[in-house]
Every structure is written in C-alpha cells, then in structure tokens.
Design a protein around this ligand. Sequence first.
Ligand code: 5GP
Ligand code: 5GP
Length: 238
Amino acid sequence: GVASADEFDFFYLVHQWPGSFCDTQAGCCFPDTGKPAAEFGIHGLWPNYAKCRPAVANDDDGVVEMVVDGGAAVERHHRRRQKCWPEYCNDGNKLRPWEIKDLVAELDANWPTLSCKSGKSFEFWSYEWKKHGTCSGMGQHGYFAAALELKKRHDLAAVLAGAGIVPSDDESYSLGSIRDAIAAATGAVPNLECNRDAAGETQLFQVYQCVDRSGKKLVDCQLPMQGKCRDKVKLPTF
Ligand code: 5GP
Ligand code: 5GP
C-alpha cells in the first residue's frame, strides 16, 4: 500500500565494511563492475522514528519485538510489537534506471553490491529504494544524490586510519576508540554494528551515521543500538 512518507524523524546512513561482509561464513561476491575499493560502501539511507511506537494490527512494517520495560522478570509481560521505522511506503514506485543515469558511475563506486544474488548493484539500489527510499519524501534522483553527497563528506576508512585503526587480520581495536575517532572527525556520534567472521570473531561491520530529516546535516545518534559488538573488535582486511 501507500504509507505516509513524512512522519519519520531522522535518517540512518548505513555504511558497510566490505571486509566484514565478505569474511563471514556466508561469504560474498563482487559485482559485475569488479572488486570494490577497500573503503566503506553505502548500504542504505533509512528513514527512522526517534521513538518506536506500538504497531498497528496487520502492520508488519519495521516491526521488532522489543522490551518496553527492562528487567528479565518483567520482560515476558512487557514485550510489545513495536514499529521503529517506516518501510515500503509505495511498492508501485519502482526505481527507473534513467532517473539516476548521471549517478550510476558514482553509485557503482560507492554503493556496490556484495551479495551473490545477481552481481548487479542496480538490484541492490532498487531494493533499498523500494524498502526505504519510498519513505524518504525524496524523489529517486534526490534520494541517491543525497546519500552520495553525505558519503562524500567523510572517508570513514581514512578517518579510522588517522586514529591508527587500520584493517588487519590480527589486530583488535577498542570499540570506543572507533566511535570516538568517527565522532571527532565528523562532529556526530555514530552507532556501530558488528558481525562475526568465519572463525566467530567479532568485527566492525556497519557504521550508522545519523542525518536530520533534510538529509543534509549529520547529527548525534541518540537511539541506543544493540549492535552485537564487544569492547574489542577486529577490522579485517579486504
Ligand atoms: P537486520 O535484522 O539485519 O539488522 O536488518 C534487516 C533489515 O531491516 C535492514 O537491512 C534494514 O532494511 C531494516 N532495518 C534494520 N534496522 C533498522 C533500523 O534501525 N532502521 C531502519 N529504517 N531499518 C532497519
Ligand atoms: P536490508 O538489510 O536493507 O533489508 O536488506 C538488504 C538486501 O539487499 C538483502 O536482501 C541483500 O540480499 C541485498 N543486498 C544486495 N547487496 C547487498 C550488500 O552488498 N549488502 C547487504 N547488506 N545487502 C545486500
């Protein structure tokens, strides 16, 4: 159906570290444009609510089971279905190649697919547009241009390298030092998400930058994230 697009509070610009996408049990594939650079790539630009809200019956969009009131004893009784972001706001609005024709070279370089589904990054962009972009209040060109503009502002791999956090298959880094380095360089506190490599080691997987509703200004991330990280994490080579 067509959901209202103007009721979110901020965006997550989600960056994925290709080394951490690829060294998992599931592995990865390179897109038909070749092996991406050893830089963070865009995963998506996701509209989000500042506060989760009770989900309406039959509405599964952005619904997560979450503990409203903490504490193990009450947890069972306080689980509610919550809607934490809008998604799929207009399934009829499909991404049209010609709308983003002038951005394709930049998108290939900065928003490459690593999934083994098709090797076509356009399919990844289409999926992200349909799930998240249709809720952004932006047009197709504006949505992809906004994500590229934001990404251009900071080279996160270079920011980390400047703080001595360089890709390595042996070294571990403190999560706080990663967060601090990005906050200092960008002026905004990010959220961090980890995954596990094939050996089960915890590694930095995604960096979430928070962006105001205009899609232009970075702001501190204020929603806590259960990012599955540990105090010490790896940043694997790619
Ligand atoms: P996962 O369960 O792997 O964390 O997320 C699966 C998908 O749900 C993501 O690719 C994204 O489309 C959506 N998603 C997860 N967390 C968030 C969030 O905090 N905000 C938004 N807007 N979407 C999310
Ligand atoms: P989300 O996590 O945004 O809901 O889902 C991402 C979807 O895009 C998945 O279905 C995944 O197969 C597909 N996809 C294609 N390329 C990529 C990629 O490079 N990274 C991620 N995380 N998902 C990708």
